[in-house]
Write a protein that binds this ligand. Sequence first.
Ligand code: BT5
Length: 324
Amino acid sequence: QSGLRTRLLQAFSEAEGEFLSGQKLSETLGCSRTAVWKHIEDLRSEGYELEAVRKRGYRITHKPDKISGNEIQLGLKTEFMGRHIHFEEVVSSTQKIAHSLAGDGAEEGTIVVADQQTGGRGRLARAWYSPKQTGIWMSMILRPKIPINKTPQLTLLTAVALIQAIEEVTGLTPEIKWPNDIMINGKKIVGILTELQAEADRVHSVIIGVGMNVNHTLDQFPEELQAIATSIAEETGEPADRAQVIQAIMKNFEKLYTSYLIHGFKPVKLLWESYAISLNKNLIARTLQGTIRGRAIGIDDEGVLLLETAEGKIEKIYSADIEI
Ligand code: BT5
């Protein structure tokens, strides 16, 4: 049943908005026209709008604002990223599920995606606002053979891949605020949370959480976020297809990550620097150990932020909140 449905959606996706006749569909899917009709009615009841024209057939004119494993899988252009999708309507946090799947041996590239999170989290156990139908709340499971001290590079790599994906799908050019914020016009559109499962010197898995505001309108954000957060729809004036954005993330991430495993961090670093807003500016870095002020002179080959203080000393910042 569900296989048929996937193939039906695939046929419409390949038709790219052209009509497909009932006859053609029943041949392609190898089922009766009545069965085709029944599946089309099912799609309608889920919020798809289909136009039916006599002698021409059907076409999808509107997809529901809904993501599912199927929607993401169709049109995915990757070898391993997103090839296993664990999709849920509502979860506490996709990170939690990804940790448990990773512990159970999930393959590299497995992603956990939810339509809504009730306990989404940022760094230092801060809350991440993740309402339904509007965002991409996703965790990616990776198994890189790299030492633990190199794993922060993956946060930076992810930021680059996310920017490339957003550019590709929407034409917007976001910027990166070290280490894990993606900003548009000074407001946060994406947060990244990198977590590890590791032993003393061996990484078992890296779990990269991505929270992206896609179709929120400004008034849908809680008041305390309205001044600091934005979404793709808010910036472009039109909603974006979340499944399509995820596909673009998978493609760009896979490309960069594969190259990173072969060539190392240098090429990623150059790309990262080209998108960074925090470089060559005076910053305040609030770390758990205290506050450091200085000019950001760059990131080192590990992905660590280098701040030059007024006294001319170079401070290495491994983790902090940055105020520009
Ligand atoms: C982050 O933390 O930016 C990482 C956020 C990662 C969220 C993803 S969603 C999928 C996966 N599952 C999870 O449970 N988490 C990951 P941090 O740098 O600590 O920023 C958190 C701060 O961002 C909060 O204290 C708020 O000020 C702000 N914030 C919360 N929700 C936001 C939103 N939707 N958009 C913009 N800013 C937000």
